[in-house]
Design a binder for this molecule. Structure first.
Ligand SMILES: *Cc1c(COP(=O)(O)O)cnc(C)c1O
Length: 238
């Protein structure tokens, strides 16, 4: 199957999951996770109509971006947007702000402050998601729910002129059976609902959750953005 065929199939599955959940498929964005895949593959997904992509490393995306520009891969009036969906070190905050359209992995107050300063210098307003760690796994990043740091961050956020919090994201522990991810997705939505009541001035509309094998379950639990890599581009090269 081609990338375009895969995208059509996923769009159909998103549609079905939305119907089952009584939601509109217009409320669920399909993000193509293009990490480790070539600029040409991204162009193919773009050709099939996708406009939102996720990359997990600053340097990797910076190189692809140069290729896009050198090869004039996209129409000037219909540029794709790229989200950073991998962990970001503070020392790369400025570079990330320069090249990404959105950053979905805010996992500390310090990082958020750095990004706000960097965005001010760039004269950009960057939409961001708070990454919430719901799994005990070492390999997972994010702010802990009910932590003092999360509270402090939400209290400081009203002062940030160049960083706009728009929601939350999470990555549950990997399990073949998508049903095992359901409680994590549900928990993220509940945390979001509670914090929205507590901080009515902060918008937390977006819930980025669900990947290739569990996106249908994530949609049933309220996902507004599914991050799909393998099911679009095939297995990632090592
Ligand atoms: C790689 C990655 C994905 C995509 O995973 P697939 O299983 O290939 O769909 C989604 N989200 C994050 C944060 C990732 O790092």
């Amino acid at each position: 199957m081609s990338i375009a065929d895969n995208i059509a199939s996923i769009q159909q599955q998103i549609h079905v999951a939305c119907q089952r959940a009584g939601r509109s498929s217009a409320d669920v964005q399909l993000m193509a996770v293009s990490k480790k895949h070539s600029a040409q593959s991204i162009q193919e997904a773009y050709g099939a109509g996708l406009r939102v992509f996720g990359e997990n490393r600053v340097q990797e995306y910076a190189s692809k971006r140069e290729e896009f520009e050198a090869e004039e891969m996209f129409a000037a009036d219909a540029r794709p947007i790229f989200h950073l969906i991998g962990p970001l070190q503070s020392n790369k905050a400025a570079r990330a702000v320069e090249i990404f359209d959105a950053i979905d992995t805010i996992d500390s107050l310090r990082l958020a402050e750095k990004l706000n300063q960097a965005a001010e210098k760039e004269k950009k307003i960057i939409p961001v998601l708070l990454e919430i760690k719901l799994s005990a796994e070492e390999s997972k990043h994010g702010l802990l729910p009910q932590s003092a740091e999360l509270t402090a961050l939400l209290e400081c956020a009203v002062d940030w002129r160049n960083l706009k919090i728009v929601g939350m994201m999470t990555v549950p522990p990997f399990a073949e059976d998508a049903e095992l991810a359901r409680p994590y997705f549900r928990r993220l939505r509940e945390i979001r609902d509670a914090l929205s009541r507590e901080y009515p001035n902060i918008t937390l509309d977006q819930l980025s959750m669900g990947m290739s094998h569990d996106f249908a379950v994530a949609i049933e639990e309220g996902s507004t953005c599914v991050r799909i890599g393998t099911a679009i581009f095939g297995a990632r090269p090592m």
